[in-house]
Structure formats: structure tokens, C-alpha cells
Design a protein around this ligand. Structure first.
Ligand SMILES: Cc1cc2nc3c(=O)[nH]c(=O)nc-3n(C[C@H](O)[C@H](O)[C@H](O)COP(=O)(O)OP(=O)(O)OC[C@H]3O[C@@H](n4cnc5c(N)ncnc54)[C@H](O)[C@@H]3O)c2cc1C
Length: 653
């Protein structure tokens, strides 16, 4: 006997499906048009083709088990999923892009899906010309590699970063590919201590591992030697043609992280916006909600929480951030490709700017995405805390993005170092064509500039908004340069400001790319879409301005009156975006299979899905819980002298 909800009960009217339909009817543009614009037809066709395969697959089709199982079962299922992915790749001839799309749709980190790149500080790889082997050794407990994805239980090989030592010289960290387990029985090879690091906040379907090496010999060919190598016979170190080449790859990885941040922001926003359109609470007496029935009668209903300005203030900027990250990620990919072409011709002039910006953008966009998931969870009220919201595991698994691929605070130092250097060059009269050098030069030529906003309409001018962000960033950089060079402050004393200048520069990049995509190319867009995107771009600028108003006031570019005007205008923009809120998240085109959320799915059957999922809860698979006889009954029956139980089971005094 299991716990079941009475089948005849329905949610109170109006139901979620109708409310979402009404939202969609009121939008000023077609969400599909915008979806095709942002992703392109080819991507959507590819995604839909792969989605059909995944949804119908016996191993990958059903994600419901994720909510009810502990680590051991989920880990085993993730191994099965990884195996199935490999089979599907073979069966359907998926290329790398297909595979990446499939992984993003399945959306659960899996043991086999993650290679590991190991940062080694103390581990050494000492070359022995006489045996033509490197000797891998971990001299201390702290040299143990930790956190390596897929290593704990599954991997047979690892890429190990170790300090390369040859002929008595230490050449610093280099990568080696090392077999770690026996391919017959999966036991660790001699001299290798390897295992799982234990449970984590999230990401528990991945076996992050530790490893130690005790004088393990690996052949000469194990060293990954694209850029630098060791002569097999003599042990001589042969240096890379250009040490900067590896930075190009980092830019590529970070461009993908920015695009992924878009997906994360979009996913959290989709759940929270759709649910907020369905969730009704109280009534906005100044503007009661009306709903038109099929027969034309107009009824007043409770207010969907999405109509409350505070909900809009919390959620609409997240939609805007998602679009900003999308256009910036695309722009980074374009610049990465351009840079690769230039580097192939020996021109490295783009690289420093691109690398610095990519570091700061990784930090900013993943920080935005982490806080957006939590904000969206809270915006869903109590149900946001249920795993059925689809936000819980998603949040837990996304959190480490703020730490890996460069800790988000540490990374900003790379960006700031470049910006500081560029400011010094520009002050010395050396101005190049990079975006950074250009806006720093503008500031130096006019450090007393003030914002020209006098009327609320001026706040819709993208050019003026962009100038405000340029001025604020340049001002902050200039002040840090002054503090370091003239006041002789230490780098450590300036770390807080250093973080701020990276943040300011990267917010400027997001603003600039979004404005470019929404305004400069608007001729190629359908008018409805262009207008909607432009509103969202303005919202992004204004809400960021409002959040960072302390900086804009400090630099003197904005006056307190202008900041007040911005705050008031923000409420107007929220109102103007309100009719398009659901369409704007629909345009992200995230399939239900990926959202895996009772609150956020496309059809709006929130309460039906919550109850159906509650029925699957293991505790509900019996009407009387396991443990009743041992732990609950003795407690209750302790006081039995005070009461009696009737035949109907009802207690009476
Ligand atoms: C889920 C997960 C999976 C991972 N998977 C892998 C993997 O597959 N392969 C792999 O190699 N690694 C992996 N890692 C490790 C990850 O890359 C590192 O944890 C990350 O780079 C941060 O380094 P750390 O832990 O040494 O932090 P630390 O450098 O010790 O940082 C601790 C704190 O000190 C601050 N700090 C450190 N140095 C400075 C400084 N110079 N100035 C100012 N502040 C500073 C940081 O901002 C941070 O707040 C994974 C981590 C996690 C959480």
C-alpha cells in the first residue's frame, strides 16, 4: 500500500497552464523567433535531434531517481549513463559538438565525462636518460593531488602536472599522461595510492580523487610535448617556440564558461519566472489581476507574484544577465578565432587583452550565475527549497565553478595586472587599438567629464550608458595605479580595489557587447525582437548602474540626483518588460528534459507534478513508515493509560 493523492482533485482555478498561455498571448514578440536568433537554426535542429534520442533512451530518459537516492546509487547510475553516452555516440555517429549538446541536456556530471588536469606543486618528474623514463614522486603528504574529477574510482589514466627535473635543473610544472590502474582488473598500479576524496556539497556523481606516486617510472613518451620537450637521449630541455601559445586555449575554455553562465542564468530564470507567473498570492489592490474566460467574461483573480515589483526587481535583471553573457560569450569566441589566426602568423598583439578579459569575465559571470540560482530559489518561496524545483542539485553542482578554472577572486588579479599595465602605457603616450587602451585614453583626455543625463529619456541612450561604464572603470584603474606608483601602496593592500577594477572592466565588456548586439545589429532583427532585446539591454545597464551606484558616485560621473533618476527609471523598465517576461525565458528554449523542474516546465502543471513526484518519494511507498514499530509506537503507547483506541483507529480520552 503506497501513499497516493486522490485522483479526482484538481488545483484551484485559474490553473498554471492557463496563466502561462495568457502570458504568452500578451508578449510583444514571438519567443521562437528570438530563440532562433540567439542560437541559430542549425543548433536548435541539432539539439532537438539529440533531445529525442535522450528522452526515449531507457537509461537516460528518466531522471526522477536523482531526487531519491544517495551517493552510491547515483554514482553507479552516472557510470551507467556515461557508458550509455559512449554507446549512443557510436550508434548515432555523434561528433564532439553533438556530444557536448547531449551532455548539457542530460545535465549530470558523470565520472567518465571529466578528464583531469592536475596542478602539481611538489610532485616531481625526474628524467633518467639511462632508462629513458621519468620518475614520478610525491615527496610529502601535501603533494597528494586532490579533487581530480573521475580519478577516485573510474579513471585508468590521468594527466599529471609535475615539476620537470632534468640534468639537475627544475623546469617547473609540465603535463604527463600516466596509467594509474591495471586495465585487466582495475587495481592501482605499483607505487600508486589512489582513491575518492569523499562526499562534497554537490557533484557527488563524480568521483573526485586523490593520488600519490612513490617513484613510479613512466616512459619518455608520457610527457605531453607539444610546446616543450626533453631530448630522449641527452635529457636536454627544449623550450617552447612561444610560451604564450597555451594562453589561447585558456581563452577558449573561458569563453565556454561565459556561455555556460548564460545557460545557468537562463535555466534558473526560466524556473523562477514561469513559477512566479503561476503562483498567485494576495491581491495588488491598485491593479487587480484580470483573466478573460473562453466565453469572454472577465474575472478578477489573485495576483501572480510576478506582478509584484520586488519579484521583478529580483528576477528580471537575471534574465538580462543571461542575455548579456550570451552575447559576450559569442563575442569572445569570435575574438578567440581571430586571435588564433593572428597567432598563427606570429602576431600576438591581441592575446594579452583577450586573456585578461577572459579571466575577469570567468570570475564575474560565474559569480553572477551562482548568486542568480540562489535568488531564483528564494523567489520560488517554499517550493524553491524542494529538490523538485530542479534548483537544488543544479546549485550544488554549479557552485565549484566559482573556484575551479581559477578561483574567482584570484583571477581578478590577472585582469587587473593587465589593466594597470595598460594604464601606465597609455599615460606614457603608448596607445594601441585594444578596447581597453582606447577607453583608458578617452578617460585620460577628459578626466573631469560628467554624465549628461538631465531627463529620464536620456537613460535609454545606449551610447551614454556605455560612456558611464567606461568612465567608472577607467577612474578606478587610474586610482589603483596612483596608489601603487605614487603612494607606494603594496599589491596586497590594494587587493580589494584590484577586485573592483576587474569587476568594473568586465561589467563594461558585458554592457558593450550587449549594446552592440541589441542596437547596432537591429536592422537584421524583426522589429518586435529588436525592441524587446533593446529593453533588456537597457535593463542590464540600468540595474548594474543602480547596484554599483557607489562607484559611479565616487568617481563623480553621476550626481546623487542622477542616481535617484536611475532608481525611478528602473521601476519603469521593469514594468515595460513585464508583459514579455515569460516569452523572454521561453526564448532560451530550455527543454523540460533539461530543466527537470516541477515548478518551471513549459506547460505549467506545477501542482500536478509536485504531487506526482511526492508519490515517488521512498517514504511514501508504504502507508506506515519503516521504523514505526521500533521507534514511534513505543513512544506513543507509553502514555496509553490516558486514552483508548476505537475499532476505527481513532484515539479517545
Ligand atoms: C568540485 C571540484 C572539482 C575539481 N576538479 C579538479 C580537477 O579535475 N582537476 C584539478 O586539477 N583540480 C580540480 N579542482 C581543484 C580546483 O581547481 C582548485 O580547488 C582551485 O583552483 C582553487 O585552488 P585551491 O583549492 O588551492 O585554493 P587556494 O589557492 O588555497 O585558495 C584559498 C583562498 O585563498 C585565496 N587566495 C589564494 N591565493 C591567493 C593570492 N595569491 N592572493 C589573494 N588571495 C589568494 C583564494 O581566493 C581563496 O579564497 C576541483 C575543485 C572542486 C571544488
Amino acid at each position: 500500500m503506497t501513499v497516493r493523492f486522490p485522483k479526482h482533485l484538481k488545483p484551484i482555478e485559474p490553473q498554471g497552464k492557463r496563466l502561462l498561455q495568457q502570458e504568452r498571448q500578451h508578449a510583444t514578440f514571438d519567443a521562437n523567433d528570438l530563440m532562433y536568433h540567439i542560437y541559430g537554426k542549425e543548433y536548435i535542429e541539432r539539439r532537438d535531434r539529440i533531445l529525442r534520442i535522450l528522452e526515449n533512451d531507457p537509461t537516460l530518459g528518466d531522471k526522477s531517481h536523482r531526487y531519491y537516492n544517495g551517493r552510491a546509487i547515483r554514482f553507479k547510475k552516472s557510470l551507467a549513463a556515461a557508458k550509455r553516452f559512449a554507446e549512443l555516440q557510436r550508434i548515432h555517429h555523434w561528433n564532439d559538438e553533438d556530444f557536448a549538446v547531449a551532455e548539457s541536456l542530460f545535465d549530470e556530471a558523470s565520472a567518465l565525462g571529466h578528464g583531469s588536469n592536475v596542478r602539481g606543486l611538489e610532485t616531481t618528474a625526474t628524467y633518467q636518460p639511462e632508462t629513458e623514463t621519468f620518475v614520478l614522486n610525491s615527496p610529502t603528504l601535501t603533494s597528494s593531488k586532490w579533487w581530480i574529477g573521475g580519478l577516485g574510482a573510474a579513471a585508468n589514466h590521468a594527466i599529471v602536472m609535475a615539476r620537470l627535473i632534468s640534468l639537475g635543473n627544475d623546469y617547473g610544472p609540465h603535463p604527463f599522461i600516466v596509467q594509474i590502474r591495471n586495465l585487466e582488473n582495475h587495481e592501482p598500479l605499483k607505487g600508486i595510492t589512489v582513491g575518492d576524496i569523499g562526499p562534497k556539497f554537490g557533484f557527488n556523481t563524480v568521483d573526485n580523487g586523490f593520488i600519490l606516486f612513490d617513484h613510479v617510472h613512466i616512459p619518455h613518451i608520457s610527457m605531453l610535448a607539444r610546446y616543450s620537450r626533453i631530448d630522449r637521449k641527452t635529457g636536454e630541455y627544449i623550450t617552447p617556440p612561444n610560451s604564450k601559445l597555451a594562453y589561447g586555449t585558456m581563452v577558449f575554455v573561458r569563453a565556454n564558461i561565459v556561455l555556460e553562465s548564460c545557460l545557468v542564468l537562463a535555466r534558473a530564470a526560466t524556473v523562477a519566472i514561469r513559477y512566479s507567473a503561476i503562483r498567485v498570492q494576495g491581491s495588488d489592490t491598485s491593479n487587480p489581476k484580470k483573466l478573460t474566460d473562453a466565453d469572454g467574461t472577465v474575472k478578477t483573480i489573485e495576483t501572480p507574484v510576478l506582478d509584484y515589483t520586488m519579484q521583478q526587481y529580483r528576477l528580471f535583471p537575471i534574465i538580462a544577465q543571461a542575455y548579456a553573457c550570451h552575447f559576450t560569450g559569442q563575442q569572445m569566441h569570435r575574438m578567440y578565432n581571430e586571435n588564433q589566426e593572428k597567432m598563427a602568423q606570429g602576431d600576438f598583439s591581441y592575446l594579452a587583452d583577450l586573456h585578461a578579459s577572459s579571466s575577469g569575465l570567468k570570475s564575474l559571470t560565474t559569480t553572477l550565475a551562482v548568486s542568480a540560482i540562489e535568488e531564483c530559489r528564494r523567489a520560488c518561496g517554499g517550493h524553491g527549497y524542494s529538490l523538485f524545483s530542479g534548483l537544488g542539485h543544479f546549485y550544488q553542482d554549479y557552485l565549484p565553478k566559482a573556484t575551479w578554472e581559477g578561483d574567482n577572486y584570484l583571477l581578478t588579479q590577472q585582469t587587473a595586472r593587465y589593466l594597470i599595465k595598460t594604464m601606465r602605457s597609455v599615460r606614457a603616450g603608448k596607445i594601441n587599438s585594444s578596447f581597453s587602451a582606447q577607453y583608458l585614453a578617452e578617460y585620460i583626455s577628459s578626466p573631469q567629464a560628467r554624465c549628461p543625463f538631465v531627463h529620464i529619456d536620456n537613460l535609454n541612450n545606449p551610447e551614454s550608458l556605455l560612456n558611464a561604464f567606461k568612465f567608472r572603470s577607467a577612474f578606478l584603474i587610474d586610482k589603483v595605479v596612483y596608489a601603487l606608483d605614487t603612494e607606494k601602496m603594496s599589491w596586497n593592500d590594494m587587493l580589494i580595489e584590484i577586485y573592483r577594477i576587474s569587476r568594473a572592466h568586465c561589467q563594461l565588456l558585458l554592457v558593450s557587447n550587449f549594446i552592440l548586439a541589441a542596437f547596432d545589429k537591429s536592422d537584421s532583427l524583426k522589429p518586435g525582437i529588436a525592441h524587446a532585446l533593446q529593453q533588456v539591454a537597457i535593463l542590464f545597464c540600468i540595474s548594474t548602474l543602480e547596484q554599483e551606484s557607489a562607484d559611479f558616485l565616487t568617481c563623480g560621473y553621476l550626481s546623487p540626483e542622477q542616481v535617484l533618476m536611475i532608481k525611478r527609471h528602473l521601476v519603469c523598465i521593469l514594468k515595460s518588460i513585464r508583459p514579455n517576461a515569460v516569452a523572454l525565458v521561453d526564448a532560451f528554449g530550455l527543454p523540460d528534459y533539461m530543466l527537470n523542474s516541477a515548478l518551471g516546465e513549459n506547460d505549467g502543471y506545477v501542482y500536478e507534478k509536485m504531487t506526482a513526484m511526492a508519490e515517488l518519494e521512498p517514504l511514501n511507498q508504504a502507508k506506515v513508515v519503516d521504523g514505526y514499530e521500533d521507534f514511534i509506537r513505543p513512544l506513543i503507547h507509553n502514555g496509553k493509560h490516558n486514552w483508548r483506541i476505537g475499532k476505527d483507529g481513532v484515539a479517545r480520552l
